[in-house]
Design a protein around this ligand. Structure first.
Ligand code: B1M
Length: 219
């Protein structure tokens, strides 16, 4: 049992999606995350063990390496692709309640901003860490975020901005959330955002990268 979980974790860590995937070249022709997850389920390993011991552990290693600049966005995207291929097999178990999620996380790129690559990486890391993510997409008005919190009152919130011109919209959204839902934690991120801006607008946490957002949520 341990052997297949180790192999599966390795596939996610190094972005081996399935048997036909040419990447990484040294694993050509070998089973990938897709096949190994199916095999693990067939062997009777519980979905929760597959998720935590193989997949989440691998994504944690990926996030750590990304933070330490040992890998870069293309590798992280390949890992995310392998993770998605594996998670697809676990979906029925999430739906049946065999796996309990850690909580809900609403994520959005703020109004006026169309950049979503960073947001999507954060989404994948947080999903990989066992949270249910509600992705509102890009160019999201404050009202849409407020409506979503109303429907999911315990959710934590994540906002991304990549433009100096949309940082003001991030501030409006954070202040509106805090005036209506003061106890819902808000994480902010994106290239122009920093710790000082977080304090200024009253958000709870500034995450410079996906892994620090995951660490904050897990704390
Ligand atoms: Co735009 N763009 N762009 N762009 N774009 C930037 C951001 C810019 C810095 C380029 C430049 O001039 N050097 C510049 C902003 C300047 C500024 O505001 N100071 C800029 C501009 C000006 C523009 C337009 C205005 C250009 C124009 O039309 N004249 C326009 C605006 C459109 C709009 O949004 N309304 C525009 C458009 C675009 C594209 C659509 C072409 C495309 C986006 C495609 C897409 O996202 N689907 C694009 C791109 C690709 C970029 C650059 C080249 C790359 C951004 C990116 O994806 N980086 C960017 C220059 C650059 O960054 N080098 C640039 C990779 C990504 C993984 O990093 O998003 O920072 P990042 O996410 C990181 C962290 O910040 C963090 O985690 C991620 C991983 O570490 N993070 C979070 C992000 N969100 C987080 C949330 C969290 C936690 C962490 O918790 C919730």
């Amino acid at each position: 049992m341990e052997d297949i979980l180790v192999k599966l974790g390795y596939c996610v860590e190094f972005g081996k999606v399935d048997k036909n995937a040419p990447y990484p070249p040294d694993m050509k022709g070998q089973d990938g995350a897709d096949e190994l997850t199916k095999q693990a389920i067939e062997q009777g390993i519980s979905a929760a063990v597959i998720l935590e011991d193989a997949l989440v552990a691998a994504m944690n290693r990926v996030g750590q390496k990304f933070t330490e600049k040992k890998i870069f966005i293309p590798q992280m995207l390949m890992s995310a692709k392998a993770m998605n291929a594996a998670v697809a097999h676990l979906k029925p178990f999430f739906n049946s309640g065999e796996i309990t999620r850690k909580g809900k996380f609403i994520i959005a790129t703020v109004k006026g901003d169309l950049h979503d690559i960073g947001k999507n990486l954060v989404k994948m890391a947080i999903e990989g860490a066992g949270w249910e993510v509600i992705d509102l997409g890009v160019d999201v008005p404050t009202e849409k975020v407020l409506e979503t919190i109303q429907a999911n009152p315990d959710a934590k919130i994540g906002l991304s901005a990549l433009l100096t011109t949309t940082m003001g919209n991030m501030q409006v959204t954070v202040e509106s959330i805090k005036s209506k839902y003061p106890s819902n934690a808000i994480i902010i991120g994106g290239a122009p955002v920093n710790e000082e801006f977080k304090t200024k607008i009253g958000a709870d946490f500034y995450a410079p990268d996906p892994q620090s957002a995951v660490s904050y949520l897990n704390r």
